[in-house]
Design a protein around this ligand. Sequence first.
Ligand SMILES: [Fe+2]
Length: 361
Amino acid sequence: MPDFSVSSDTSAFEVAAVLDPQGRLTGECERAALEMMDTFGLVVLTGLLSDAEADFGLGLIRQTIDDPARAHSTFASETDNSYKRRDFCSLPATREVNGFAALLAQRLEGVYREFCGLSRPLIEVATFTSYLGSSHQYIHRDPAGVISLFAALEDVSPEQGGTVFVPGTHLYGGVENTHAGHARALMELFRTRCNARIFVHNLRKLLAMRSSSAAPLAPGELRDRVFSMKWDQHQPNLLRFLTGKNVQFSLRNLSPSTLWQLRRRRAELDRLFRPVQAAPRKGSVILYRSDLLHAGPDNRSPTPRRFFGMSIARDMIERKYWHDGYSPHPTLQAQPLTLGDLLDWPTAPAKAPEREAALAD
Ligand SMILES: [Fe+2]
């Protein structure tokens, strides 16, 4: 765990999901979820999926993880992917996968409609697994203009590395005027402080792994994660750090004036920004604005951590820019889907009335 305090108590950001007879969030739940998304940039909807639905989704992501020809994500933690510390890969746009995405979109229809027009594209459906020995991602923002979703299809413990969020750091019109007009500068200072600690944490961890029997380093792994110039925004590679090549965190972020501000504003940063780490129970779903500060931590347990994820655009986004944060599966690129398509798509598993109708046929 990096040397900064992260609470595992997400109760202030949770809404217990209650569904109407059509299987959608009730109006009251929708309003509560939207208020949290506006105030904090995220909401944790507990109990949104039944155990059977979560098991169905877990089966889908297992099929992909077990497929040697799966499509790996290209935007983050590539080195962790190559050394099997992480397995971030997109799901193919099969009838079942699209049906599971449709189930989530339809259940959350009121929330999605508030943010995304019907013609906005489904950017990515993916699964994010991390294993013992992975690096802690730097605190970052994903490309703006997207609503992202993580679904816990099995219980996730804090040691397994549920996502860290910094509530209230999302961007919106007029955010610059908050915190006495210093919001942007203070958020960047806070990010720099966290990332300096994550840098040290990742370096220490890799050095300790040299003599670890639980997560021994693979041949070439220390070189690729610490001493290479390989493009990867979430490794502590020293040359990329020293030469300022890592846009997430490098020596460029540690100018004398920044160091002075970090010292002077230490108490203010502690008061304003309180990171939380999600440890969602099976069936919980996290929705967040993509420009909220967040990071995927390292898995500190021997049990793999898996999430299902999907992202829907809120606005027009340059397609090339998608790949800075998202990896749509080639089959989804070939046959794109919009939010409107998902709201009309047959869900998987089928909703109760659809199941009954299918049985009667
Ligand atoms: Fe991210």
